[in-house]
Design a protein around this ligand. Structure first.
Ligand SMILES: NC(=O)c1ccc[n+]([C@@H]2O[C@H](COP(=O)([O-])OP(=O)(O)OC[C@H]3O[C@@H](n4cnc5c(N)ncnc54)[C@H](O)[C@@H]3O)[C@@H](O)[C@H]2O)c1
Ligand SMILES: [Zn+2]
Length: 375
């Protein structure tokens, strides 16, 4: 028996995310889930632990599909899906913890995608006025986006993420091996945000994504590790500079003004990642139209998204006036004008005023019509 095992036990990477009250590590690496027990000991020392878990993720964890489950303890499961991210689930989870007599020395572990991450964070922010928590994201989107930035919360009938708190985790553990069980559509959705990260802040990363499409789609663990790492670095750099929004954090909304309208307009038949892909295409077209970007930007971004298997055109007719109406109520707007975070060139945003630019409605409609079938 010579040498180290060839996989599963590499020293994981760690990235430090800074925030106003301190910092926390995001630990990334194939097999890093095997360090969950140690990490909980280290970051939640002496605490009585409870896990809040997505029911599907928890079953995979327990069955040993992601390796031997090293941490076992009291666990509260949540039915999978966005429908669980509400005040009713928050009430049930907090009541359950109270009934089990969890006290001030509680430490929470959140296992699952962004839904469980946001919920666990909000339970942690509010339980006995706040307890620490650790996140174990199990979707690509949760690893490279939702676990970084400290935003927690639940949805309300009048809109998504309207009730919440800022409460960063004490550590994040991202193991790319768990992504091997993730449904294809969920995996590709996460890639839309990685493309966004390259397009808004790092042309080298964007080029790396272009060169690595096959390995990325094959979910090659070292490749996925690098991808998560670079995306987390980019998001962490942006949010640590502008924690509560108002400045450069707006660049993370690239593609999202139109994406949110499309998500709502499709009654959520389009997933978030699919809507982001379409939103990026349309907003790059908008950048070109209003002269913020040179011709060619939309083409390049669209090509990469298409190679990742993401939609770049809508197959059915859509009501652009209704989409515009949704955009009129976007929280980035000022002076009754639709404001969009626009990409200037791959790797750089247009600064505008506060990193968004007012866009004439005629140009938005024209950019949307480019998404129509048979363009
Ligand atoms: N806090 C933030 O900054 C932030 C940022 C982006 C998104 N979000 C939130 O994240 C949520 C979306 O997160 P999501 O896309 O991870 O969705 P999700 O949490 O609903 O998970 C998607 C699906 O994948 C399943 N799943 C999870 N891990 C799996 C695995 N490894 N193998 C097989 N199946 C698995 C889940 O059961 C679920 O059905 C939204 O509520 C969004 O608002 C938050
Ligand atoms: Zn997004």
């Amino acid at each position: 028996v010579t040498g180290p095992p060839s996989s599963g036990s590499q020293q994981p990477d760690s990235i430090l995310v800074q925030h106003s009250r301190g910092s926390y590590p995001v630990i990334i690496g194939p097999g890093s889930l095997q360090h969950l027990g140690d990490l909980a000991q280290d970051r939640l020392t002496g605490r009585r632990l409870a896990m809040i878990a997505d029911a599907t993720a928890y079953a995979l964890y327990q069955e040993g599909r992601w390796g031997r489950p090293v941490w076992t303890g009291e666990t509260l499961t949540v039915p999978p899906g966005e429908e669980s991210k509400n005040r009713e689930t928050w009430a049930r989870l907090t009541d359950d913890l109270l009934l089990r007599r969890f006290a001030r020395d509680t430490g929470l572990l959140g296992l699952g995608g962004g839904v469980v991450g946001d919920l666990t964070g909000f339970v942690a922010a509010t339980y006995l006025r706040g307890v620490p928590y650790l996140l174990i994201p199990t979707t690509l989107l949760a690893m490279l986006d939702a676990s970084v930035g400290g935003k927690t919360g639940v949805n309300a009938p009048l809109g998504k993420n309207l009730i919440g708190a800022f409460h960063p985790p004490t550590a994040v553990l991202a193991d790319p091996l768990v992504l091997l069980t993730l449904p294809e559509r969920e995996y590709r959705g996460g890639l839309a945000e990685a493309v966004k990260h390259g397009a808004i802040a790092d042309s080298e990363y964007f080029g790396w994504l272009e060169a690595g499409v096959d390995a990325i789609l094959a979910r090659d663990p070292p490749t996925v590790t690098q991808l998560v790492r670079r995306s987390v670095e980019i998001k962490a750099a942006v949010v640590s500079e502008d924690e509560h929004e108002g400045g450069r954090r707006a660049i993370l909304n690239a593609g999202h003004t139109i994406a949110h309208a499309l998500e709502q307009g499709s009654r959520y038949e389009l997933s978030h990642g699919e809507a982001v892909a379409l939103g990026l295409v349309a907003e790059c077209a908008l950048s070109e139209r209003i002269g913020v970007a040179r011709a060619g930007l939309r083409e390049r971004v669209e090509t990469l998204l298409r190679r990742f298997g993401l939609p770049v055109r809508l197959q059915t007719a859509f009501d652009s006036a209704a989409l515009l109406e949704v955009m009129r109520s976007d929280k980035k707007n000022r002076n009754l004008q639709v404001h969009v975070a626009l990409i200037a060139t791959v790797g750089r945003m247009h600064q505008g005023t506060g990193w968004t630019t007012p866009a004439p409605e005629g140009d938005i409609l024209a950019a949307l019509s480019g998404l129509g079938p048979g363009d």
